[in-house]
Design a protein around this ligand. Structure first.
Ligand SMILES: [Zn+2]
Length: 295
């Protein structure tokens, strides 16, 4: 079984059927073995002596909503926001990109899950339907508007990210954004729009960003990407014609890279930089080099 992508694999029992029972949630908060990870949209609190491990604070914090993440080794694990912007107790804040390389798979997954939940709460204090304040229900897995009765649920926005393969010439199509470090190229990507399938989104985004046609989009793997609320859906797609050209302003360049060029970049040689190892784009590229991608 391949290792999950970074930020996946939190491995908690999310207690979905139980967390809507207020009595069960109150008992979980009062459990002396309950703990909370502490985070903000900017970072997660860690003990500097153990930077790969999230701080686990007492769960109960008066005046702050505790969001149930789930059961960890039989005990409730919550997430909560910082009280005054500082983690306290000698802890430090690391952003997720700093934390993930230090952490093991479940710990990075919990960090991403907690960050995604707390960011959603921070951004959804008011009802999207009527504008009135909302309040936390279902142990933090929903917010309710008492003014109009609307229930709001945490969002995950699907993004397709695709490696365009040209099997005839053994090359891949990558693009770069102007803001990236010099020389970095990565897989094309874009938000899925209402009214389209994932396969349609793959073809549309490749046409918009690079001006080429693709066929046979095939799913490879996915990655939670809480910056702030995406789920990256990794695909391969087969080149079906057209000359690549950066078109829609999102990318400053698109180009084919040969297998030899990508192999050199994976060894940190040459002018081309690949995406960081925690990104699914890198996983797709490594999969292509290893010959174990669909398509
Ligand atoms: Zn409302």
């Amino acid at each position: 079984v391949p290792e999950p992508n970074a930020f996946a694999g939190a491995g908690l029992d999310r207690a979905g059927p139980r967390r809507s029972d207020p009595q069960w949630v109150a008992a979980a908060l009062a459990d002396p073995d309950a703990r909370a990870v502490v985070a903000t949209p900017e970072g997660v609190a860690v003990d500097p002596a153990e930077p790969g491990r999230l701080l686990r604070a007492p769960a109960h914090a008066p005046g702050i909503d505790s969001i149930l993440l789930g059961m960890e080794h039989g005990h409730p694990l919550f997430a909560r926001a910082l009280r005054n912007g500082k983690p306290g107790g000698g802890a430090i804040l690391l952003n997720l990109r700093e934390f993930a390389p230090e952490a093991d798979v479940p710990e990075a997954g919990i960090a991403a899950y907690a960050t995604a939940m707390l960011t959603w709460h921070a951004h959804h204090g008011h009802c999207a339907r009527c504008g009135a304040p909302t309040r936390v229900v279902d142990a933090g897995h929903a917010r309710r508007c008492d003014a109009c009765g609307a229930m709001h649920h945490p969002r995950t926005d699907p993004v397709v990210i695709m490696l365009v393969l040209d099997p005839e010439r053994d090359r891949v199509l990558l693009g770069r954004q102007a803001s990236w470090p010099a020389g970095r190229f990565s897989a094309l990507a874009g938000f899925v729009e209402p009214g389209e399938t994932l396969e349609e989104a793959v073809a549309r985004e490749v046409a918009e960003e690079a001006g080429v046609r693709v066929r046979d989009a095939r799913y490879a793997s996915s990655q939670p990407w809480p910056f702030p609320a995406s789920l990256m859906l990794g695909f391969t797609a087969t080149y079906d014609g057209g000359d690549p050209e950066a078109r829609d302003g999102e990318l400053e360049a698109v180009r084919w890279l040969s297998r030899a060029e990508v192999e050199a970049a994976a060894r940190d040689e040459g002018e081309i930089l690949l995406p960081p190892r925690l990104a699914i784009a890198r996983r797709l590229l490594d999969g292509w080099l290893a010959g174990d991608l669909p398509g």
